[in-house]
Ligand binder design. Structure first.
Ligand SMILES: Nc1ncnc2c1ncn2[C@@H]1O[C@H](COP(=O)(O)OP(=O)(O)OP(=O)(O)O)[C@@H](O)[C@H]1O
Ligand SMILES: [Mg+2]
Length: 417
């Protein structure tokens, strides 16, 4: 195993902490270990209990190591979400120094684009180039080598609250892992679920997790908007628990096994048996009632998303519609309801195929961790850190978000103000 460049990804979610271990070989990405452990230390994507979070991270890493047959992992690419995340678009302009645009010019224009005032308790997680303009030519993806005198950059900037980012880092380090990179979760999920064609056409990725719903809007191959909404699958479960007066774990079971968000699609008179609180007698509940409760929450979530898209004036750009992923995307009939409410195509997005463990991992709840793995550099097992290589499936081959630039530029894009 030591001659392989091991990569490790860590998705610290509200309901589960998931570790994947893999490596890149000539054929592409091969997954060799997965560990998923219930998460008890997070609320709405943010750490609220360090000890519990560290324990979950530790357990998930141990399980993944055991499956992979690896004794030690040292570093990982880590996901981040939470409603402290704030993203916005920015731009900058510089005069080109020589005849042709160089790395240094791009570096300067990105510096100019990120020179915006952000509150002192925030830091920048990503500066992602959307497009460059060289003189009057717009839509340039890589300006290096082009001739021109004026270079403009449009970028998407992702910021988070420093203490909350530090809490994630602290937990990862306390579990004995060095965070190589911190990546916004919907960017990671987009990486594993969306094809380059979809990103080009214009789509909204909606990752419905346990505590948050993470949005990433793509157009012309670039990320144009991202947002974390503090509503997730757990809210559906809680609604059901309250409405039916049943314990949370019973509500979760019912949601997964019998839940739907469209009462019209069900046999309205069908009943199921539910077990109440404190050993109270089991009773019969109509499937239609369950769908009403879940449907109301789904409507509210889609309404928040619709408003977001409207406020940002993105409606006309998302020709490809909406792609739902994350564990919460599996609630029955969610895409049908979404299509009705959002008036665009809506489908459930599954992670694309990789080598090794494909059948287990092709579940929307693993979208983030797989995307993180695709974005990962190698673990520091005494070897050089290398860039992400391409995916196996040539249909979905692409360089990583920053892959077309030099290492120094990658650092500029990713560095913290
Ligand atoms: N088959 C299913 N049907 C309905 N809901 C499901 C199903 N499987 C999982 N879920 C729901 O998905 C949610 C968990 O999704 P996921 O694992 O993506 O979240 P997470 O990454 O832990 O959380 P977050 O991203 O919000 O921090 C839970 O609310 C769970 O009830
Ligand atoms: Mg998640």
């Amino acid at each position: 195993m030591n001659d392989k460049k091991i990569i490790v990804a860590l998705d610290i979610g509200t309901t589960k902490v998931c570790t994947t271990i893999g490596y890149h070989d000539k054929a592409g990405l091969e997954i060799i270990g997965v560990g998923s452990h219930p998460s008890h230390g997070l609320k709405k994507g943010a750490v609220v209990n360090i000890d519990k979070t560290v324990k979950s991270i530790h357990c998930s890493i141990e399980d993944a190591k055991l499956m992979a047959g690896i004794e030690d992992v040292h570093a990982a690419t880590v996901g981040i979400a939470g409603n402290h995340i704030y993203c916005f678009n920015s731009s900058g302009v510089v005069a080109v120094k020589g005849k042709e645009i160089t790395d240094a010019d791009v570096e300067r224009v990105l510096e100019a684009a990120k020179a915006v005032l952000i509150p002192s308790d925030r830091e920048v997680l990503h500066v992602i180039p959307q497009e460059f303009r060289v003189d009057s030519t717009a839509g340039v993806k890589n300006p290096i080598g082009m001739c021109g005198s004026r270079l403009e950059a449009h970028v998407h900037i992702v910021t988070g609250k420093t203490p909350l980012i530090q809490n994630i880092i602290k937990c990862v380090e306390a579990a004995g892992i060095q965070p190589n990179d911190i990546i916004l979760q919907p960017i990671a999920s987009s990486r594993s679920v969306l094809s380059p064609e979809e990103k080009e056409l214009g789509v909204v990725l909606i990752d419905i997790g346990g505590g948050t719903t993470d949005i990433a809007v793509w157009k012309d191959g670039s990320l144009i908007h991202s947002q974390i909404i503090p509503v997730g699958g757990n809210h559906f479960t809680n609604d059901l628990a309250v409405a039916l007066k049943i314990p949370h774990n019973e509500a979760e079971r019912i949601k997964i096994n019998h839940g739907s968000v469209l009462a019209d699609n069900l046999n309205q008179s069908a009943h199921i048996t539910v077990h109440g609180l404190n050993g109270s007698k089991p009773r019969e509940v109509k499937l239609g009632k369950i769908a009403q409760v879940l449907g109301a929450r789904a409507e509210e979530l889609f309404e928040i998303i619709r408003k977001q898209i409207e406020e940002k004036n993105l409606g006309g750009m998302i020709t490809g519609g909406y792609i739902l992923t994350g564990g919460g995307a599996l609630i029955r009939d969610l895409s049908d309801l979404g299509e009705y409410l959002l008036e665009k195509p809506v489908k459930v997005g599954y992670p694309l195929a990789f080598g090794g463990m494909t059948t287990v991992m092709q579940d929307p709840k693993f979208a983030t961790v797989l995307g993180l793995l695709l974005e990962s550099k190698t673990d520091n097992m005494g070897k050089e850190v290398t860039k992400t290589t391409k995916q196996k499936n040539s249909q979905y081959e692409e360089v990583d978000l920053l892959g077309k630039f030099s290492d120094s530029l990658r650092n500029v894009f990713k560095e913290i103000f």
